[in-house]
Design a protein around this ligand. Structure first.
Ligand SMILES: [Mg+2]
Length: 393
């Protein structure tokens, strides 16, 4: 299934907020940041200031040399955080699948929406500007990597001298072509040092990475090299991770009456584990740690957890771990009031895959994805109970 990912980024966020409060600043060169005499740095600068060559992260003293009439405002982080929350609320109005990256940036997964992602992006941009007066730029692509780069490319292409308000769409299957002409530091994980080492072997653009031998990249740069090879082709399977999912996923059951029967407890645990596994897989996550929670009839609660050798997202496997934990904490005949299982220490499940997936691996990943999609469709149509693993029955 092709995903629809939007990267949302406010344009010169701190400056835009200041312009809202101080309309006299509109169109003037100004910057938010520390004072030049105390070696302050530019946190954000207006587009009028950028015309003088002022850039964020530049020393304020240098900024003033470039633009002597530059107005300097101290940052008001409380206000920016407040406005940021309002922006994020608008994003959540479009989909709950929002991953906030920073105070002014977020990814949205709008795959479940029937509209074109580009239409939704346009809508979001208009909503944020109409209700808060804040301009933004958006990138639309099939994954997070390409969507984020698209935003940057869209902004850079703007020559209005005003807020860019860019919307850059990268259609499915054109990712590699879109990335090819960009400098290699557009990819994640390429800092100045790696850039130099890459340029020493003639790799300057993302297209050069694609043309390089994956074996050589792996030999010279290890995991990073293999990762770059994958990124350069526009491949990025990482899911959008919401704040709630990032913490933990768990299920628990309080029994109407204390339960002594071991089989009943095991069945409840297996069902819960299957549900935790299904939710992990829906989010593209795996859990490093599996936790069992048991409340005895005297209301004392015991939790016991184990950190698996590799992150797990398979319901049966989580179930096996939970059953082992139960066997370790419970004496036969002890009455249980509540039982539950959870996964925490969540990581993207795709990290388990190698970049050099062989054809077989790619095929089995594809098959597993098809199976998950089929199960999902059945459950959407006939309810959660429509299809279960044998172990849950
Ligand atoms: Mg921004």
């Amino acid at each position: 299934m092709v995903r629809k990912i939007i990267h949302f980024d406010l344009d010169a966020f701190y400056c835009a907020v200041e312009e809202q409060r101080h309309s006299e600043l509109e169109g003037l060169p100004f910057a938010v940041g520390g004072r030049p005499e105390s070696r302050g740095v530019v946190s954000s600068c207006s587009y009028a200031a950028r015309r003088f060559g002022v850039r964020s992260a530049m020393g304020m003293a240098q900024a003033v040399r470039l633009c002597p009439q530059l107005r300097i405002l101290p940052p008001d982080m409380r206000e920016y955080a407040l406005v940021s929350r309002r922006v994020m609320e608008i994003l959540h109005g479009m989909t709950p699948q929002v991953e906030q990256l920073s105070i002014d940036e977020a990814f949205l997964d709008v795959s479940e929406r029937s509209e074109y992602a580009s239409v939704l992006a346009r809508k979001l941009q208009a909503q944020v500007e109409e209700s808060l007066g804040l301009p933004s730029s958006l990138g639309v692509a099939t994954n997070k990597l390409v969507a984020k780069i698209a935003t940057d490319v869209g902004k850079a292409a703007s020559s209005s001298g005003d807020y860019p308000r860019a919307i850059q769409v990268v259609p499915p299957r054109s990712e590699a072509e879109f990335l090819a002409p960009l400098p290699v530091e557009a990819l994640w994980g390429v800092g100045p040092r790696t850039r130099e080492r890459l340029s020493a072997i003639g790799i300057l653009t993302v297209g050069d990475v694609v043309a390089a031998s994956p074996d050589e990249l792996g030999r010279r740069f290890g995991k990073l090299g293999r990762d770059l090879y994958r990124q350069a082709q526009g491949i990025d399977l990482r899911p959008v991770i919401t704040e709630r999912e990032a913490k933990s996923i768990s299920q628990e059951t309080t029994f109407a009456q204390d339960v002594v029967d071991s089989e009943t407890l095991k069945r409840a645990l297996r069902q819960q584990a299957a549900e935790v596994g299904a939710r992990l897989q829906r989010s593209g996550l795996a859990a490093r740690t599996v936790t069992l929670k048991v409340r005895w009839s005297d209301f004392t609660t015991r939790t016991r957890q184990v950190t698996a050798a590799r992150p797990v997202h398979d319901g049966e496997e989580i179930g096996r771990i939970a059953l082992d934990l139960l066997a370790a904490v419970r004496e036969r005949g002890e009455a249980v009031r509540l039982i539950g299982v959870g996964g925490s220490g969540l990581v993207p499940a795709v990290r388990q895959m190698s970049i050099f997936d062989t054809a077989d691996d790619a095929a089995s990943i594809e098959r597993a994805a098809q199976l998950r999609d089929a199960v999902k469709r059945l459950r959407t149509r006939f309810g959660e109970g429509a299809i279960k693993r044998g172990s849950e029955l």
